[in-house]
Design a binder for this molecule. Structure first.
Ligand code: GDP
Ligand code: IMO
Ligand code: MG
Length: 434
C-alpha cells in the first residue's frame, strides 16, 4: 500500500497525464487535487489520444475509483462532457466528485477575461476557464460548492446575492453580464441533477481507501512554477499545485504521503506570459516546438520553449519534497548536436543559484549554462523498441543528461518517457509495489 503524488516540476504540460496513466495500472484510487479545466492532460492509449481537463487520468481503466478532490474547481458542463467521453469508451466511470469542491459559474468566465484585460503587463495569459475568479470567491467565502447544486433552496439562497454582486462587478469592468439569475439557477440545478450520482464525500472515500491499505495516486495539475504561493506570482495560477496542495486538496494528511514524483520535461515549455530566463527564440526552440507539437492542450497556443532550468528545478525539488523524477520527451530533444542546462543565473552581475522572489528580479536573471553532447534522432518504432529493452539501451548521452540532472537534484530517476504512449515508458521504480 502507498500514497503517491505526481506533480509537474516546471511550468505545466510536463506529461503528468501520461505518467499518472502509467502508474494508475497498480492504483486503486486516482484523485485530482487542484485546478480545474485549465489543466489539459493527454493520454495516448493504443494510438488514440484522450485529453482530460477535469477527469483524473485513471479514468480509462474501468476498475479504478477516480476522485475529484475538494481542492479543485469544477466546470460542470465540461465535466459532463468528459463523463460522456469515458462512457463512449465502454464503461461507466467510477467517479466521486467532492461536494466540497467549488463550482465555476458563468460569471467567473466573464470576470477571468475582464480581469486579464485590466491587468495589462501583469496578465498571466490565463486559460480563460474562470479559475482565478472562482478561487477568489472560495477565499472570500462567496463561493458555490458542488454539494450546493443538489438543493434548490441552498443554491437559490446563495445565488440571489451573488448574481447581483457579480453583475455590479462586471459593470465596473464595463461588461454586461448577459444571464439572468433565473437562467443561471435553472442551468446549474440541471447540472446538479446530472452530476448527482457522482457527487460524494471525496475525503471519506480516500480516507477509507487509505485505511484499507489501498494504493492511492494523487494527480497534480499545472506545475510548481505556477503555484499561487511558490510559483512566479502573479504569472501563475490560483491554487497550490505543489505537493502540499495534494494534502489540502484531498484531505489526506501529510504523514500519509509515501512518494512525491516530479515530472520533468527534458527542456522547458511554458504557455502564458511572464519572464522565462532560458527561453529560446531561435531555430533550436522552433525545432523542438515543431517536433514536439508543443501547442497548448487547452488553448492551442504555441508553447514557449527553452533549455532545461536547474535553478527552478532545484527549487521545485525542495518545495515539493520530491522523492523521484519522471523524465519525459527524451525523444523530442533528440537530434540536437549540443544540449544546454542552466545551472545558475546572473542577476545584476552576481551569480545566484536560487529562485528570486520577485518577477522583476526573475526577468533580469541571465542563464548560465553548461553544455552537453546531444543524442541522435530516431524514428518512432526505434524508440518503442528501445523502451521495451529498458534503461540501459537508451543512448549514452541521453542517460548522461538525465543522470546529471538527477544527481544535481539528489533525487533518483523513477521513469523515463520516450514517446507519448503508455508503452513508451521505461519504469525504473514503480511507486506501488503491487
Ligand atoms: P500534462 O498537462 O502534464 O499532462 O501534459 P500535456 O498532456 O498537456 O502535454 C504533454 C504532451 O507530451 C502530450 O501531448 C503528451 O502526449 C506528450 N508526451 C508525454 N510524454 C512524452 C514523451 O516522453 N515523449 C513524447 N514525444 N511525448 C510525450
Ligand atoms: P496542466 O495541468 C500549463 C497557466 C496559464 C497562465 C496561468 C494562469 O495541463 O499542466 P489560469 O487559467 O490557471 O488562471 O492561468 O497558468 N496554466 C497552465 N500552463 N499547463 C497547465 O495545466 C496550466 N494551467 C494554467 O497559461 O499562464
Ligand atoms: Mg497540460
Amino acid at each position: 500500500m502507498a500514497v503517491a503524488v505526481v506533480i509537474g516540476a516546471q511550468w505545466g504540460d510536463e506529461g503528468k497525464g501520461k505518467v499518472v496513466d502509467y502508474y494508475a495500472s497498480k492504483a486503486d484510487f486516482i484523485a485530482r487535487y487542484c485546478g480545474g479545466a485549465n489543466a489539459g492532460h493527454t493520454i495516448v492509449l493504443n494510438g488514440k489520444k484522450f485529453k482530460f481537463n477535469l477527469m483524473p487520468s485513471g479514468a480509462l481503466y474501468p476498475d479504478k475509483v477516480n476522485v475529484i478532490g475538494n481542492g479543485c474547481v469544477i466546470d460542470p458542463k465540461r465535466l459532463l462532457e468528459e463523463i460522456e467521453m469515458v462512457k463512449k469508451e465502454g464503461h461507466e466511470p467510477l467517479l466521486v466528485i467532492s461536494g466540497r469542491a467549488h463550482v465555476i459559474m458563468p460569471y467567473h468566465f466573464e470576470l477571468d477575461g475582464a480581469e486579464e484585460e485590466r491587468k495589462g503587463p501583469l496578465a498571466a495569459g490565463t486559460t480563460r476557464r474562470g479559475i482565478g475568479p472562482c478561487y477568489s470567491d472560495k477565499a472570500s467565502r462567496f463561493g458555490i460548492r458542488v454539494a450546493d447544486l443538489l438543493s434548490e433552496k441552498t443554491l437559490s439562497g446563495r445565488l440571489t446575492k451573488l448574481h447581483e454582486l457579480k453583475v455590479k462587478q462586471l459593470s465596473i469592468y464595463g461588461k454586461n453580464f448577459g444571464q439572468t439569475y433565473e437562467q443561471v439557477l435553472e442551468q446549474y440545478l440541471a447540472y446538479g441533477k446530472k452530476l448527482a450520482p457522482y457527487i460524494g464525500d471525496g475525503t471519506q472515500t480516500l480516507a477509507q481507501g487509505v485505511a484499507k491499505k489501498k494504493n492511492v495516486l494523487l494527480e497534480g495539475a499545472q506545475g510548481a512554477m505556477l503555484d499561487i504561493d511558490h510559483g512566479l506570482y502573479p504569472y501563475g495560477t490560483s491554487s497550490n499545485t505543489t505537493a502540499g496542495g495534494a494534502c489540502t486538496g484531498t484531505g489526506i494528511g501529510p504523514t500519509k504521503i509515501d512518494e512525491v514524483v516530479g515530472v520533468v520535461k527534458v527542456y522547458t515549455s511554458r504557455v502564458g506570459s511572464g519572464p522565462l530566463p532560458t527561453e529560446l527564440f531561435d531555430a533550436v526552440g522552433n525545432g523542438i516546438r515543431d517536433r514536439g507539437e508543443e501547442y497548448g492542450t487547452v488553448t492551442r497556443r504555441p508553447r514557449r520553449i527553452g533549455w532545461l532550468d536547474l535553478v527552478t528545478l532545484r527549487y521545485s525539488a525542495w518545495v515539493n519534497g520530491l522523492t523521484g523524477l519522471a523524465f519525459t520527451r527524451l525523444d523530442t530533444l533528440a537530434g540536437e548536436q549540443e544540449v544546454k542546462i542552466c545551472t545558475h543565473y546572473e542577476l545584476d552581475g552576481t551569480k545566484i543559484d536560487y529562485m528570486p522572489q520577485t518577477p522583476e528580479e526573475f526577468a533580469r536573471c541571465k542563464p548560465v549554462y553548461i553544455s552537453m553532447k546531444g543524442w541522435k534522432a530516431m524514428p518512432e518504432p526505434e524508440w518503442k523498441a528501445l523502451a521495451k529493452r529498458g534503461y540501459s539501451s537508451l543512448p549514452k548521452e541521453a542517460r548522461e543528461y538525465i543522470e546529471f540532472v538527477s544527481k544535481s537534484l539528489s533525487v533518483p530517476i523513477y521513469v523515463v518517457g520516450v514517446g507519448p504512449g503508455r508503452e513508451d515508458t521505461i519504469v525504473l521504480k514503480h511507486v506501488f509495489a503491487k
